[in-house]
Design a protein around this ligand. Sequence first.
Ligand SMILES: C[S@@+](CC[C@H](N)C(=O)[O-])C[C@H]1O[C@@H](n2cnc3c(N)ncnc32)[C@H](O)[C@@H]1O
Length: 207
Amino acid sequence: MSTKRQLAQQLGVVVGFDDPQAALEQYRTPPAVASHLIHLADLNDDLDGRTVVDLGCGTGMLALGGALRGATRVIGVDIDPGPLETARENRRRVGTKTAVSWLRADATQVPLCPDEPVTAVMNPPFGAQTGNEHADRAFLGTAADIADVSYSIHNEGSVDFVEAFAEDNDGTVTAAYQSSFDLPRQFEFHDADSRTIDIELFRIEWA
Ligand SMILES: C[S@@+](CC[C@H](N)C(=O)[O-])C[C@H]1O[C@@H](n2cnc3c(N)ncnc32)[C@H](O)[C@@H]1O
């Protein structure tokens, strides 16, 4: 197994969004954060021999992390076709031999019903900036439907919401972590060169 740092280096070649849409909260998860999530999944034996579904995959950061760390196959789902083109190129950059498919679909109503065990990974839109608080709820709903374990990134202060959602949907939060990263200025309404995003990361087992 590569180290977490080596995985972050491998993911460093993943290119972000050409023309990011604020309404879809399109920003690339930093490689260090993505490698943290994928490394945890690997340590919990949630990648090997499983299908990894990345909900809101964007340009493929989490999906490709799963591919590099032993998933049997990977499906990246995004509603916007532009980033999926970039994801395809990113797969070549990363150089994985794992089977990877890119699916244009609404991740809140994803047309998948895999037979094999599924690990869902996601950094979904939070909705905090747009007044659509907990836009991530519907993404968790998809994880509850198609996966038996998920790893998800949420904004700071989500623990009560995530635990309550899991409890109501036959899920159990088995691990929670806090972290943060700097997001470079990319939208006109950002008034600073970068801003710090405080996040929480959860592992949930779904019955
Ligand atoms: C914060 S970005 C994360 C991108 C990528 N997963 C990463 O980690 O770099 C959120 C992604 O969710 C996608 N998205 C937003 N709403 C969606 C929906 N209803 N269905 C599928 N994808 C959606 C956006 O297009 C964007 O790519």
